[in-house]
Design a protein around this ligand. Sequence first.
Ligand SMILES: Nc1ncnc2c1ncn2[C@@H]1O[C@H](COP(=O)(O)OP(=O)(O)OP(=O)(O)O)[C@@H](O)[C@H]1O
Ligand SMILES: [Mg+2]
Length: 252
Amino acid sequence: MPDSHISSADADERAAAKPGALPLVFERVSYSAGATRILCDVDLALKAGGPTLLLGPNGSGKTTLLRLAMGLMAPTSGRVTFSGADAAPRGSRAIVFQKPVMLRRTVAENIVFALNAARRPAALSDVQRLLELAQIAPLVDRAARRLSGGEQQRLALARALAREPQVLFLDEPTASLDPASTKLVEEIIGHVSASGIKIVMSTHDLGQARRLARDVLFLAKGRVIEHAPADRFFTEPSSEEARRFLAGDIVA
Ligand SMILES: Nc1ncnc2c1ncn2[C@@H]1O[C@H](COP(=O)(O)OP(=O)(O)OP(=O)(O)O)[C@@H](O)[C@H]1O
Ligand SMILES: [Mg+2]
């Protein structure tokens, strides 16, 4: 990777300069849509450090949890706090969804737009750094909407990183990517994490979770069943649901 990537020292400086978004704490958070309870009494604390991976069957509430943490919707009951405050510092969070929406512009213009939206001057060096970090520098003048799914996902990562977030939420970022694109995205996630940005990410790819996770949050039926260090979760999960999930059984 080129030298221009965010270094740990830069990240430490930024973390010191900004008020914190971490720890990100859920206190008895529930979310309902009409009569349907989607998340139920979720208590958790996400701290700075390596990636937290959200695992759980389809419909277990992973996306809902990420959207609540991102502030895209409010809990029906309970509280989400950021370093003790009810609001996260402006620009401290960013999210990338499984199917990112590209602006009908070039790759470079998509990044410039993201820098401007973050109210940061779109310096050429910033654009270049983000292009290199996301490994899309050769695509700089291409129409963003004509990129492949994997290329679009890397551009979406670059746009999210333009905000210089403290926390980056990723909702199944490699779900429709082939192994080579997945590997690239995992590499980028590794660099981003090493730079001090907290990654909170859902996936159905257990191999990927083993490769990336520092800790695992396992959900089933809208509840957090386990939150454990990754090595412990994968070797000796404490719940029957997680054991069955890891064994490939269907967990409703
Ligand atoms: N606005 C809504 N109205 C009704 N039901 C909803 C709404 N949003 C989510 N749900 C339901 O809540 C449950 C949890 O959804 P969510 O998308 O958070 O699960 P998930 O763990 O991300 O699943 P997947 O692995 O399939 O992405 C699902 O059954 C979903 O259909
Ligand atoms: Mg989901």
